[in-house]
Design a protein around this ligand. Structure first.
Ligand SMILES: [Zn+2]
Length: 91
């Protein structure tokens, strides 16, 4: 009988082989969905799909692209926004 927390859909099944030759089912938490651009909603490249506990252990440079709006906007939207700002246009 599965426990209540196991029925939530938060976990995925992983089949693990034990030293005795059995195959057991372990439950591991699913990865979060991909990070998306704040403007065009396309998936962001260079942003890892990991749980916050694992992201905290990674170096900051591995968590998002090192540029203005890195990890928030995609490169195309960033370029467009910076061009608009440089020209003094209102959005
Ligand atoms: Zn975008």
């Amino acid at each position: 009988m599965p426990k209540g927390r196991e029925k939530s859909g938060r976990f995925r099944k992983v089949f693990v082989k034990t030293p005795g030759g059995d195959t057991k089912v372990h439950l591991r938490e699913r990865k979060p969905s991909k990070a998306v651009c704040g403007t065009c909603k396309k998936p962001l490249l260079g942003v890892p799909r990991e749980r916050p506990a694992i992201l905290g252990k990674m170096p900051k440079t591995a968590r998002r692209p090192e540029r203005p709006y890195g990890g928030v906007l995609c490169s195309a939207c960033t370029r467009k926004l910076l061009q608009q700002k440089a020209r003094g246009e209102s959005q």
